[in-house]
Design a protein around this ligand. Sequence first.
Ligand code: HEM
Ligand code: HEM
Length: 170
Amino acid sequence: MNNNYPKPMIIMHWITFVLVVIVYLTSGDPTRTGLQGQIHVIGGISIFILFFVRLSVVFLYKRSIPQNEIINPYQIKLFKIVRFTLYVSLCVVPIAGWLALSSFTDNFQVFSLNLPLLSSVREVKYIGQMHQFLGNFFITVVGLHACAALIHHFIFKDNVLKSMLFKKMK
Ligand code: HEM
Ligand code: HEM
């Protein structure tokens, strides 16, 4: 039996990972950080678009998603909560970012095109802080999720991490 995630899901997973790293490294107020800010916004928008591509891929391949070994019944519950939090964040954090940007400026260009922004939230103070908080919370959950994957690999020595890699499992 093939116990790996389907290739399109593996590709989506690792592209999202790279984008999240880029977006995190370029975070800051994009209206003041020039090219770095542009990269943050483009990366964040790409994560948002990929979220919907990912949903379609998950839907198409849902029968081929592997069932990894379960150490105890709480493990599956915890994995579902973390997965749900990651999914919600991939959609909500970029929206909060777009609202934060709208609260700072009414003119932001990406690739020389004006990004459509929401004028009704202009000057609303707490939106930027909300996006910062959600962004940092998301990165924390990603960190815990990655640690869990590494613990599975190096301590439990099971196939959980391998199931998200391109290697064929024994
Ligand atoms: C998953 C995607 C994203 C993540 C993880 C993320 C993460 C972050 C983080 C952690 C900060 C705080 C940086 C600091 O402490 O100074 C930040 C700032 C900011 N981001 Fe994002 N961001 C994402 C997407 C976006 C998008 C799509 C936009 C705009 C369209 C955006 C606009 C902003 C703005 C305006 C700030 C400055 C907020 C402030 O200083 O109050 N972000 N982002
Ligand atoms: C931005 C970073 C990340 C995000 C948003 C993320 C998100 C997800 C999501 C949503 C799943 C469920 C499967 C799916 O729908 O694709 C998943 C599974 C998985 N991720 Fe990540 N992940 C990230 C980073 C990492 C890292 C750095 C590692 C490894 C060190 C990792 C290892 C895994 C493994 C092994 C699975 C399969 C778990 C299982 O089936 O029990 N992920 N990830």
